[in-house]
Design a protein around this ligand. Structure first.
Ligand code: ATP
Ligand code: MG
Length: 293
């Protein structure tokens, strides 16, 4: 079992209903009263990673459920680091990572869910989506000119397009849940001040230079519009079957702990087990044993 204190802290960040949700009430610096020094945090994280590894083995063997972990965040919030650490113990054969950038011409020849839909995890697998269909109500909403390049017939672009997209996303996630896909959505909630510190580190430290992109600074200028778009997206799509976890991201060790705890908790709720061998199958195993010369 994952440590109680880790599961407990999730209650603060799990959003299962949009009612009353306000991103402005979520503190990016929060650590749920968990005051662990770095070493201690690493130990706790390792426990979570080990438990996730055990659960993933059963998920794969059982081959029924699939798990979709969506990661959304502003630049430099730590998506890449969270993915790297949280899934460090998972068998690579049992998970599939996809990073979604601006859509290709082939993507734009389809509806916006298409490219995400073909990337969904197979049964028994964990899908890790670094950005997702939410970009369609975030970056596209913040920069509406992108919509003009999406090859949509004009009559379907109405004034309610963002609400309609959110409704479609919510309906699709409900469909996935009903198909046995566990949908977990993480918003890594970094503060504007911490983002600035991380950008400066990328400029000043040679080994981080490669991570710096001038485009990220340009996006930062739209911070408030992004926060509004995230707020609307979380409110419209938070549901018990597709919860959002608004995880504080100013302290990387804490973000990773909260993410691993959320995934472990969700997998533990599935009552995973290795497939049971029937009497006939046991008998067949005995026959096979004897045949081994
Ligand atoms: P990193 O910077 O850590 O490599 P990243 O996820 O920021 O990771 P980038 O290549 O920098 O990767 O950015 C991908 C860009 O693609 C983001 O700016 C994102 O908003 C954009 N993008 C993703 N999906 C869409 C979409 N559907 N329409 C338009 N732009 C999109
Ligand atoms: Mg980037």
């Amino acid at each position: 079992m994952i440590e109680k204190r880790m599961v407990k802290l999730l209650d603060r960040y799990r959003v299962t209903s949009g009612k009353g949700f306000r991103l402005g009430n979520c503190d990016p610096c929060d650590t749920a009263g968990l005051d662990v020094e770095k070493n201690h945090a690493a130990e706790l994280l390792q426990k979570g990673v080990d438990r996730l590894s055990e659960l993933q083995d059963m998920l794969y063997a059982q081959d029924r459920w699939s798990v979709l972990c969506i990661f959304q965040a502003m630049d430099a919030a730590g998506k890449d680091g969270a993915i790297k650490h949280v899934f460090s113990g998972v068998n690579p054969q049992g998970c599939q990572v996809h990073s979604f950038k601006a859509p290709t011409p082939l993507d734009l020849d389809h509806d916006f869910l298409w490219r995400h839909s073909v990337a969904l995890p197979e049964r028994g697998r964990i899908g890790i989506h670094n950005r997702s269909w939410y970009e369609e109500v975030l970056v596209v909403r913040v920069h509406p000119h992108i919509l003009g390049g999406e090859k949509l017939p004009p009559p379907v672009i109405g004034k309610n397009i963002w609400d309609e997209r959110l409704e479609d996303i919510a309906a699709y996630e409900r469909y996935l849940a009903r198909q046995g896909t566990v949908v977990l959505k993480f918003f890594l909630n970094v503060s504007k001040a911490e983002q600035k510190r991380r950008f400066l580190a990328r400029i000043e430290e040679p080994e981080k230079n490669w991570k710096f992109s001038a485009g990220d600074v340009a996006e930062r200028a739209h911070w408030d519009a992004y926060m509004k778009a995230y707020d609307a997206a979380i409110r419209a799509t938070a549901a018990p079957h597709a919860p959002w976890f608004v995880v504080p991201a100013d302290q990387k060790w804490f973000t990773r702990l909260a993410v691993v705890a959320a995934i472990v908790e969700a997998l533990e709720a599935l009552d995973l087990h290795y497939p049971k061998v029937t009497k006939e199958e046991k008998a067949a195993l005995e026959v096979a044993r004897k045949a081994l010369v």
